[in-house]
Design a protein around this ligand. Structure first.
Ligand SMILES: *Cc1c(COP(=O)(O)O)cnc(C)c1O
Length: 363
């Protein structure tokens, strides 16, 4: 049997407009952070975080790192994060000198469970940093209530959630800062990059920290880094920002199709009032998950991903012996299926047929 062409689990969409934008910047002769970055910050703020100030940096990880530093997180502090996420979430906390403390997830949303967060709060806890995983907003109301009870700050890892919202309020507007990643596989890209939504003193500090600690040249106020975004990357990001609304609608439409036609796997649930932007369309498999991944790829030419097979607390970099049952269960069961905007209706049908066939065979 010949396998049909592979359907990838993610596909960055780069077109003529992105190429023209890069060319425009290259021809200007000015490539480092400049007017394109300033325009991108302004446009991103208006399009995605209801006008809240935005500061562009060279990666999502840098955005988390600088946001945490700007909010005053450092040695002696504990920041509660999920273990079921990409390593950048906890890495950025650890790199400030603070300690990431892992809490469990709510099995429905795959995001931090407020009750589990409350159970790990100590006298050293300074903040809670949920991840809006897969593009679904974390339980911001529940987490804000825990933060309020214990006098903690709230930060948002919105790396995967451009345009997600809860009750009409955009992610990236709930915490002292929010971070959006612009890595190529995210819902929009600048090549590499990150955007931090914040305001007032936090915004001022993120701007300082990304540029050696200076606002005016050679007048360094604090010790900082070079985490600037280039105008080349910003020019790509500006084009992508304009394309994002249509892509998000297509992701949601693709997800609705999968919801309606998949059998034998547990499809995603959207909390009441939540806007899910389907960075990933993640199902649970009640059987041999790894065998399903392999069968989808080898027998049906359907790419899929496992986000994430190893919880952060069990990575060699943290190596903690913790009891996080929902995190462990999700890490064993999840599989993310193609949902990206370049899927054709034939592709979607192939995904459905493949998953249903493999699930029926008892993966
Ligand atoms: C992608 C991602 C990051 C890091 O973003 P980069 O731009 O790759 O540095 C952080 N947290 C989560 C949840 C992510 O998915």
């Amino acid at each position: 049997m010949t396998t049909p062409p592979m359907i990838p689990v993610a596909k960055p969409l780069i077109g003529d407009d992105e190429r023209a934008a890069v060319d425009r910047v290259l021809r200007s002769g000015m490539m480092a952070q400049g007017p394109e970055v300033a325009a991108f910050e302004q446009e991103f703020a208006e399009a995605l975080v209801q006008g809240r100030e935005c500061v562009a940096v060279n990666s999502g990880t840098s955005g988390l790192h600088l946001g945490l530093l700007a909010a005053g997180i450092g040695p002696g502090d504990e920041v509660v994060v999920p273990s079921f996420t990409f390593a950048a979430t906890a890495n950025s906390v650890a790199l400030t000198g603070a300690t990431p403390v892992f809490a469990d997830i709510d099995p429905v949303s795959f995001c931090l469970d407020p009750a589990s967060v409350e159970a790990v709060v100590t006298g050293r806890t300074a903040a809670i940093m949920p991840v809006h995983l897969y593009g679904h907003p974390a339980d911001v109301a529940g987490l804000a209530a825990v933060a309020e009870r214990h006098g903690l700050a709230l930060f948002e890892d919105a790396a995967q959630a451009h345009g997600a919202a809860q009750d009409g309020r955009a992610v990236g507007t709930f915490g002292a800062f929010g971070m959006f990643s612009l890595y190529p596989t995210k819902n929009m890209t600048s090549g590499e990059g990150g955007m931090v939504s914040c305001d007032g003193e936090v915004a001022r500090k993120v701007r300082l920290l990304r540029n050696q600690g200076m606002a005016a040249q050679y007048q360094n106020e604090v010790v900082g880094l070079n985490n600037r975004m280039t105008d080349i990357h910003a020019a790509i990001g500006r084009v992508q920002l304009g394309r994002l609304p249509a892509w998000t609608t297509t992701r949601q439409r693709n997800a609705a199709y999968l919801d309606a036609h998949l059998e034998g796997v547990a499809t995603p649930t959207v909390r009441a009032g939540a806007t899910h932007v389907y960075h990933q369309y993640t199902v649970r498999v009640d059987g041999d998950r790894d065998r399903m991944v392999q069968a989808l790829r080898e027998e049906h030419g359907v790419g899929s991903g496992v986000y994430y097979p190893v919880p952060n607390h069990r990575l060699a970099s943290f190596a903690l012996d913790l009891d996080l049952p929902e995190t462990e269960k999700a890490a064993r069961e999840v599989i993310s299926l193609p949902v990206h905007p370049s899927l054709t209706s034939d592709d979607l049908d192939r995904v459905v047929q493949a998953v249903n066939t493999v699930a029926r065979a008892g993966a």
